[in-house]
Design a binder for this molecule. Structure first.
Ligand code: G3D
Length: 272
């Protein structure tokens, strides 16, 4: 690659400048640009041809057609990276066992990934361990971690909190008996410091079942959690992971929240 000068790597230099800080390639002498030497006016202002050499430049080789090409290359590669880069967000799917977490993940993958042939939703069995899945929504890539909800597995949830950008908490609206158990798990989760400011989507799942608890019923049961939610985005969404009702709305809401949450910036990955 053509080069035009070497830089020391000042920690504050913009990232693209580091590209030219590498050793020059070995070129045949006829292709090498003629070398100029820096002259110094005053104690700390080196100049070349009347131009002040920016701080951080140790040795200088006269600008040549190589420098233009190099800058063009840097600009184009920056543009390429900007256009073909995705912001990656990690989303935890939590909730008690049998709440419908895996069914929700499969339904989401089927809806948001063209060509994805999911397994038959009615054949999904309860999560033991970890299921993962990825979807792309615009420039955002959501990576889901569906964690097992059995009591002994709940102690593993907090190992994932620091890395996560959002939480989808799934409640089985047909299981009134376990409502207080799921509320306890929810309360423990939202009071974790490692999740501070992380948006939470509460899915009242299995709304296709006629006898299920309604959204107001669930909100009433969870009412004393409200002041523990703190300053974060939180939405309760009616959903049926089986039929897909409410799935798109929930995911779109989550994407909006994680993108605007400046406290947890995304990881950036080139599109592959
Ligand atoms: P989990 O991953 O949270 O443990 P699963 O839960 O996704 O394995 O779902 C547990 C059971 O609930 C499954 O039934 C699944 O079909 C059912 N289920 C999940 N979502 C819904 C829903 O929206 N509506 C209804 N009616 N059922 C749902 P089985 O019979 O396989 O245990």
């Amino acid at each position: 690659m053509p080069y035009f000068f070497w830089l020391e790597r000042p920690t504050t230099a913009p990232r693209f400048l580091h590209r030219v800080a590498t050793n020059p390639p070995e070129l045949p002498p006829q292709l090498l640009p003629s070398t100029g030497s820096a002259s110094f006016v005053g104690a700390d202002k080196p100049t070349v041809g009347g131009l002040v050499v920016p701080a951080g430049i140790r040795s200088f080789q006269k600008a040549s057609p190589f420098s233009k090409r190099s800058r063009m290359y840097t600009l184009l590669s920056g543009l390429y990276k900007y256009m073909f880069r995705r912001d990656e967000y990690c989303i935890l799917i939590l909730g008690l066992d049998n709440a419908g977490k895996t069914t929700f993940l499969e339904q989401t993958k089927t809806r948001f990934n063209k060509n994805y042939k999911g397994m038959s939703l009615s054949k999904i069995t309860t999560t033991v361990g970890l299921n993962i899945g990825t979807i792309d929504v615009g420039k955002a890539r959501l990576m889901f971690w569906d964690l097992g909800g059995q009591e002994e597995l709940q102690s593993l949830w907090d190992k994932y909190y620091a890395e996560s950008h959002g939480v989808i908490y799934v409640i089985d609206s047909t299981d009134e008996e376990r409502l207080s158990e799921t509320k306890r798990a929810f309360e423990k989760m939202i009071t974790s410091e490692a999740l501070e400011g992380v948006p939470i989507l509460v899915l009242a799942n299995k709304q296709d079942v006629e006898t299920c608890l309604s959204i107001p019923d669930i909100k009433t049961a969870f009412s004393d959690c409200i002041n523990k939610i703190g300053k974060r985005d939180c939405l309760t969404q009616a959903c049926s992971a089986l039929t897909g009702k409410g799935v798109n709305e929930g995911i779109e809401w989550m994407v909006k929240c994680v993108v605007r949450n400046i406290h947890r910036p995304p990881r950036q990955k080139d599109i592959t």
